[in-house]
Design a protein around this ligand. Structure first.
Ligand code: MN3
Length: 202
């Protein structure tokens, strides 16, 4: 059973003006679709075929660059669409808010830490909020399409929020202004989904 490009959970224009329609169309329809197809080609006929994407990433040999890049790309974007919503923004509540406050002191301090992780990731990559077993949350970033589930990338736990900081994610609307894109991302974060992922993986 090959992996399939997941449908966007909202229309391409739903995240305007924070994420523009053209970027969403290209990012989902071209980039994410490309990772999906290349992942399928990379695992076809190997012992990875038929495994879940979580198991593929957790057991990854980092030297397998085709699966590292395209399996990561498939997973990362599949998560990314779900942690944004036209009804998003604001702040988390409940247990997730408590975990963020325990780790960073306040939502504002967490936001600064996350924005710094996104802003200082040189070149292409992702900023993450992860939960460790036991419920501790941690901000980190990874290069290219690496993912915290992959062994030995120096960014652990289970990802519950991810931000794509590749230029293809923001260049049409923000050009070189990555900090403005990061600020806009906070206007569309689907904290209900992040809380659901926190509860399921803590
Ligand atoms: Mn991308």
């Amino acid at each position: 059973m090959a992996f399939e490009l997941p449908a966007l959970p909202y229309a391409h224009d739903a995240l305007e003006p924070h994420i523009d329609t053209k970027t969403m169309e290209i990012h989902h329809g071209k980039h994410h679709n490309g990772y999906t197809n290349k992942l399928n080609a990379a695992i076809e006929g190997t012992d990875l075929a038929g495994k879940s994407i979580d198991d593929i990433l957790k057991g990854l040999d980092l030297k397998n660059t085709a699966v590292r890049n395209n399996g990561g790309g498939f997973y990362n974007h599949s998560l990314f669409w779900t942690v944004m919503s036209p009804d998003g923004g604001g702040e988390p509540t409940g247990e997730l808010a408590e975990a963020i406050n325990a780790a960073y002191g306040s939502f504002a301090d967490f936001k600064a830490k996350f924005a710094s992780a996104a802003g200082t990731r040189f070149g292409s990559g992702w900023a993450w909020l992860c939960v460790h077993s036991g419920g501790k949350v941690e901000v980190c970033s990874s290069a290219n399409q690496d993912n915290p589930l992959m062994p030995g990338i120096g960014c652990g736990g289970h990802p519950i929020l991810g931000l794509d900081v590749w230029e293809h994610a923001y260049y049409l609307n923000y050009q070189n202004r990555r900090p403005d894109y990061v600020a806009s991302f906070f206007e569309v974060i689907n904290w209900n989904k992040v809380a659901e992922l926190f509860a399921a993986n803590k």
